[in-house]
Design a protein around this ligand. Structure first.
Ligand SMILES: NC(=O)c1ccc[n+]([C@@H]2O[C@H](COP(=O)([O-])OP(=O)(O)OC[C@H]3O[C@@H](n4cnc5c(N)ncnc54)[C@H](O)[C@@H]3O)[C@@H](O)[C@H]2O)c1
Length: 274
C-alpha cells in the first residue's frame, strides 16, 4: 500500500486486534492507525505499539479516512446513532465487520448517503491468513473500494460479493469457520491423549497435521476428496476412521451446524437492524 489511509477501529477487541496485528506485520504504519475504546486501560498495549488511542468515537470518525466498526452487533446501533453528525460532515469510508447487520441499517443509523463496506473477516487475519467476504453499498466510490481491498487484503484473502445476502453463508464458512477447526483440533488432541500420547505430543502432531493438510490442499491441483482418498488405503487404518465419521453422518452434522450459523446471522439482521 503506497498511500496509507488514516485507519480507525471503533472497538478494539478480538477481531479488531486480529486485523490490526495482521496490518502491522504487513508494514502498515502504526501511527496511521487509531483505536477507540470506552476504557482506555484496555488498549494501553496498542498505544505502546505506537497506535493512537482515544475514548472518543466522534474524534475518530471526524479524523479517519477509513473507520472499521468492530463492536458487537448488539450495540452497533447505540454506538452509531451519536456519530451521524460527524459522519455526515467528514464522510469517511465505514467498514463494518459486525455479523448480520446490513449495510442499509448502518447507513440509516449514520444519517444516510454513507459509504459502507460490509466485511466478514476471520481471526486468522492476525497471522496474515485471514479470509474476508466484502460487499460495497452504492455510495462506495472506486477509490474507497480500493482502500477497503488494500486494508483487508493485507490480512489475507479477500472475496467481493455483489449480493449482500451471501455474507450470511460467508459467515457460516469462513467467519465462524476457524472455531470449527479449533473444535476439531481440541477433539483430536483429547483423543490422542486418551490413546496414551502426552498432551504436548498430541497437540504438536494435531496442529502440524492441520497446517500440513491445509497447505497441501491449497497447493494441490486436485480437490480435498481426492487428497483424502490418497491417504485412505483400502482395508487400511484411515478407512476405519472415515467409516466411523460417516456412521455419525459428519457431512450432515457440518451442514446442520453451518445452517444454524447462517440462520443466526439472518435473525441478527432482523432483531438488531431496526
Ligand atoms: N471474533 C471473531 O472471530 C469475529 C469474526 C468476524 C466478525 N466479528 C465481528 O467483530 C465484531 C467484534 O467482535 P469481537 O469478537 O472482536 O468482540 P469483542 O468483544 O472482543 O470486541 C468488541 C470491543 O468493542 C468495545 N466496545 C464496547 N463498547 C464500545 C463503544 N461504545 N465504543 C468503542 N468500543 C466499544 C469492547 O470494549 C470490546 O473491546 C462483532 O461485531 C463480530 O460480529 C468477529
Amino acid at each position: 500500500m503506497k498511500n496509507y489511509p488514516t485507519l480507525a477501529f471503533i472497538g478494539a477487541g478480538n477481531m479488531a486486534r486480529a486485523i490490526i496485528g495482521g496490518l502491522i506485520k504487513q508494514g502498515y504504519p502504526a501511527n496511521k492507525i487509531w483505536a477507540s475504546e470506552p476504557d482506555l486501560s484496555r488498549i494501553q498495549d496498542l498505544q505502546t505499539q505506537g497506535l493512537n488511542v482515544t475514548d472518543s468515537n466522534i474524534d475518530v470518525v471526524s479524523n479517519a479516512d477509513v473507520v472499521v466498526l468492530a463492536v458487537k452487533p448488539q450495540i452497533l446501533k447505540a454506538v452509531l446513532l451519536p456519530l451521524s453528525e460527524a459522519a455526515q460532515q467528514s464522510k469517511p469510508l465505514f467498514i463494518s465487520v459486525a455479523a448480520g447487520i446490513t449495510s442499509s441499517s448502518i447507513n440509516r443509523w449514520l444519517g444516510g448517503n454513507q459509504s459502507v463496506v460490509r466485511c466478514m473477516p476471520n481471526t486468522p487475519a492476525l497471522v496474515g491468513l485471514g479470509a474476508s467476504g466484502l460487499f460495497a453499498n452504492s455510495d462506495v466510490s472506486d477509490e474507497q473500494r480500493n482502500q477497503a481491498e488494500a486494508v483487508m487484503s493485507a490480512t489475507g484473502l479477500t472475496l467481493w460479493v455483489e449480493d449482500e445476502q451471501q455474507l450470511h453463508a460467508i459467515t457460516a464458512v469462513s467467519g465462524s469457520g476457524p472455531a470449527y477447526y479449533f473444535l476439531f483440533m481440541e477433539a483430536m488432541i483429547s483423543a490422542g491423549v486418551q490413546q496414551g500420547l502426552t498432551l504436548d505430543a498430541a497437540t504438536q502432531l494435531t496442529l502440524q497435521t492441520a497446517k500440513g493438510a491445509a497447505e497441501m490442499a491449497l497447493q494441490s491441483d486436485v480437490d480435498p476428496a481426492e487428497l483424502r482418498r490418497r491417504v485412505t488405503s483400502p482395508n487400511g487404518t484411515t478407512e476405519q476412521a472415515i467409516l466411523a465419521f460417516q456412521r455419525h453422518d459428519l457431512e450432515g452434522i457440518v451442514a446442520d451446524a453451518m445452517g444454524a450459523c447462517a440462520t443466526r446471522s439472518i435473525a441478527m439482521a432482523e432483531e438488531l437492524g431496526k
